[in-house]
Design a protein around this ligand. Sequence first.
Ligand code: SAM
Ligand code: 2KA
Ligand code: SF4
Ligand code: MG
Length: 206
Amino acid sequence: MAYTVKELFYTLQGEGGQAGRAAIFLRFAGCNLWSGREADRATAQCRFCDTDFVGGDKFADADILAAAVAALWPKGGGGQPLVVVTGGEPGLQLDEALIHALHRWGLEIAVESNGTIALPDGIDWVCISPKAGTDLHITAGDEIKLVWPQAGIDPTSLERLPFRHYFLQPMDGPDRAAHMQACISFCLTHPRWRLSLQTHKILGIP
Ligand SMILES: C[S@@+](CC[C@H](N)C(=O)[O-])C[C@H]1O[C@@H](n2cnc3c(N)ncnc32)[C@H](O)[C@@H]1O
Ligand SMILES: Nc1nc2[nH]cc(C(=O)O)c2c(=O)[nH]1
Ligand code: SF4
Ligand SMILES: [Mg+2]
């Protein structure tokens, strides 16, 4: 199948349990919770998105896309090559053919998803970031990364789900400073939760 990709880039994973690790980012176009148009933001199911996922380029099949991803890993640098598949919502396009093609290049595969759409088998690191008012279909994985505060979600209600790590990530936007303080207070009073900062924004890297 063909894939629509907003961007491919090599940087450090900025968020969550793998923050600081070099990774290739594969950002798919499109999301099921927002059109990506500012005119629709106020009525979207997810209204705080910090990402442009509209448009992009077509890749005709999984082998062509996987080769383009793998080409971004530095030659001879060592380490385990990692691709972070994100978007937009990667669950709309990521399929087993692409998982297999990326694995054939020796890539470890991490995914950032809103958890509302089934994901294919074979992903090495599943990060789910629940959105208020949506149905969570993926209820297990490696990390929950809840953007917070989010009206309508109580983090403790997610603790029953079998994830290896529980992160709160301050919601970026005009109230970022207050959101940061709320997350700090929450983590101090609920030590199962850890703070995830968007370190790439602090560092000024993609
Ligand atoms: C752009 S989303 C793409 C992946 C997927 N659609 C999702 O929502 O998980 C990547 C990550 O950024 C987080 N994110 C989006 N907007 C944010 C904001 N304003 N502040 C903090 N994190 C945000 C999402 O919750 C998700 O964990
Ligand atoms: N450096 C960096 N780390 C990230 N982790 C998750 C991101 C995303 O947009 O999904 C992201 C991103 O956009 N940049
Ligand atoms: S679900 Fe993810 S990509 Fe879609 S609008 Fe929300 S944060 Fe953005
Ligand atoms: Mg981002």
